[in-house]
Ligand binder design. Structure first.
Ligand code: ARG
Length: 565
């Protein structure tokens, strides 16, 4: 509807649709209209005063009121305030949302999207940073799936690289089979930190580490079996986190898989005359593009993060024939992906255009950067467990007689962590603080879940079956009910723009708006006490639809909604 109005206004003023779209706003108070166009911005452009422009828009819209479904258009102090016809609007929105898929069109047409996310490094702990890519990636997967895309979920494990050379040296010097078996990743992490400290004083350790990695690259049996063992131990720990989050992947094909493809890549790059030698290493020169060279093989001939990623693009294109391939990683990897994508372009592959880096901001711990090397870390598993425990305490305090407390605490604790990760625009840095993550009011997951439980409780109390189709639109056009209707009308747009901008926060924020509209409705409109049966039923139908959208929306974010809490 907004789009149609923008089009007409653009015609009236002789401007482009987009010039109108960015200015159109939703007044905070619905008494000022459902939409408003401030005309001050057009004054310079059109050499007219804002009041005059507002009047012109009003006149133009007045002529098309019926066609556009408007009730009234006012020109007030340089603003054009637009009131929609509530009956028509309500009917349109509610008829749409009761359709299959909540009326969300499957614009994806089964196109394939590869999503590379989570991708932790083996032998290192799964920390809050990885939690972020996991949660953002999972939400993008659910959102795209809802829109009818075919998504391939790829966990590009960091299971290859010089760090494993270091780890083998450290293991042989300072650890044992028993210790590793007993303490798992924690032991690997401890000896890794020890290695990094020791190498300051004993630089020869680095040579040993490099030798071990070269052995791995050449298929040395001992090196590979230790590495394989570290990998198995790590995956078991990662899967504990994925299980808690209810997340799975279609492929765990990580870096080690691609190292074998690098020699063929080297040949291909030579053929294409893209490879040059630089201090013994093989690189692609990117100076024309203001980037440092993209290394393909190191002096000792071994593969590197970049070349393994280039090989992975070619492999994925061949295997999945993707229409798009997304990489959800920290912002600090931007240059890496620019180099990789440029290499694909220079190789002459048009599909470089389909590669998208989806960066997210840093996660800090009370202002300090997290780093495995220094040991400043919070582990994802600990966060999730702690969140569940705190949710348990809260339920014990608020609703001790709740039936399935354990299950609900899990849903609420995990929901809190997920929502905290998704609510802010992904590019923003977030500071992790227990207090904030686990706060059960404000713009949080538990607030959304609580709103759902509230809606379900009304429906339970009513006792009789409620259908989705609304039978009396007239009952829902008062200010407070209509506010919900307007938000419901924005659901499809929220889902599609979240996909377009790879930004799950759009859905998370939408959920907060919907819940806040609903809670106002709950507090101010008598629902079960409504005397008029027909009206009451319509209100309950609205409650039912709202609950369904909340639970679907939570699903898109990767959260579950308990029926009671
Ligand atoms: N393992 C890397 C890390 O922990 C992320 C890998 C991202 N995916 C990729 N294809 N490079 O930072």
């Amino acid at each position: 509807m907004k789009e149609e109005i923008c089009k007409v206004v653009a015609e009236i003023l002789g401007l482009s649709d987009s010039e109108i779209t960015i200015l159109i706003e939703t007044p905070p108070d619905s008494k000022m209209g459902d939409m408003a166009i401030p005309c001050f911005g057009f004054a310079k452009l059109l050499h007219k005063n804002p009041a005059l422009i507002a009047t012109e828009i009003k006149k133009g819209l007045d002529q098309k009121k019926n066609q556009l479904g408007l009730d009234e258009v006012l020109s007030v102090n340089g603003y054009c305030n637009i009131f929609v016809n509530r009956m028509l609007f309500t009917e349109k929105v509610l008829k749409q949302v009761v359709k299959e898929n909540l009326g969300v069109e499957k614009i994806g047409n089964n196109k394939t999207v590869c999503m590379d996310y989570s991708s932790p490094n083996i032998a290192k702990n799964f920390h809050v940073g990885h939690l972020r890519t996991t949660v953002i990636g999972n939400a993008l997967y659910k959102i795209h799936e809802k829109l009818g895309y075919k998504v391939i979920r790829i966990n590009h494990l960091g299971d290859w690289g010089t760090q494993f050379g270091k780890l083998i040296v450290a293991y042989k010097k300072w650890s044992s089979k028993e210790e590793v078996e007993k303490k798992g990743i924690q032991e690997l992490l401890d000896i890794y930190v020890k290695f990094n400290n020791e190498k300051e004083e004993h630089p020869e350790l680095m040579d040993e580490a490099r030798d071990w990695f070269v052995k791995m690259e050449h298929g040395d049996e001992e090196a590979l079996s230790i590495w394989e063992w570290f990998k198995d131990i790590s995956i078991v720990e990662f899967e504990r986190v994925y299980d808690m989050l209810g997340i799975s992947f279609d492929s765990y094909t990580g870096e080690s898989f691609y190292r074998e493809k690098v020699p063929a890549l080297v040949e291909l790059l030579k053929e294409k005359k893209l490879l040059i030698e630089s201090q013994g290493a093989n690189v692609i020169d990117l100076s024309d593009y203001n980037m440092p060279p993209c290394m393909i093989t190191k002096k000792d001939g071994s593969s590197i993060y970049h070349s393994r990623d280039i090989a992975a693009v070619l492999y994925r294109k061949e295997k999945y024939n993707f229409d798009k391939c997304l990489y959800v990683t920290g912002l600090e990897q931007s240059l890496h992906f620019k180099q990789v994508f440029k290499a694909i372009e220079l190789m002459g592959y048009d599909f470089y255009k389909e590669l998208v880096h989806v960066p997210y901001g840093l996660v800090s711990l009370d202002g300090e950067k997290l780093s495995t090397r220094t040991g400043n870390i919070i582990y994802a598993e600990d966060i999730l467990k702690e969140a569940i425990k705190r949710a348990e305490d809260l339920i014990e305090e608020k609703n001790p007689s709740l039936d399935n407390k354990e299950e609900v605490a899990k849903q609420v604790g995990i929901g809190a962590v997920i929502f905290h990760d998704l609510f802010n625009q992904r590019i923003k840095n977030i500071n992790f603080s227990w207090k904030e993550v686990l706060s059960f009011d404000g713009t949080t997951g538990p607030y959304v879940q609580y709103t759902y439980a509230r809606a379900k409780s009304i429906l339970r109390k009513y006792g009789k079956e409620i259908q989705y189709e609304v039978t009396d639109y007239q009952a829902l056009i008062d200010d407070i009910s209509f506010a919900i209707i307007k938000t419901i009308g924005g659901y499809e747009k929220a889902v599609s723009s979240a996909a377009e901008s790879y930004e799950p926060s759009v859905v998370a924020r939408y959920m907060i708006n919907l819940c806040s509209d609903f809670n106002k409705f709950y507090q101010e409109c008598p629902i079960l006490k409504e005397k008029n049966e027909k009206k009451k039923e319509a209100k309950l139908q609205l409650v039912n639809i709202t609950a369904k959208i909340i639970s679907e929306g939570c699903g898109l974010l990767g959260m579950e909604c308990p029926e009671e809490m």
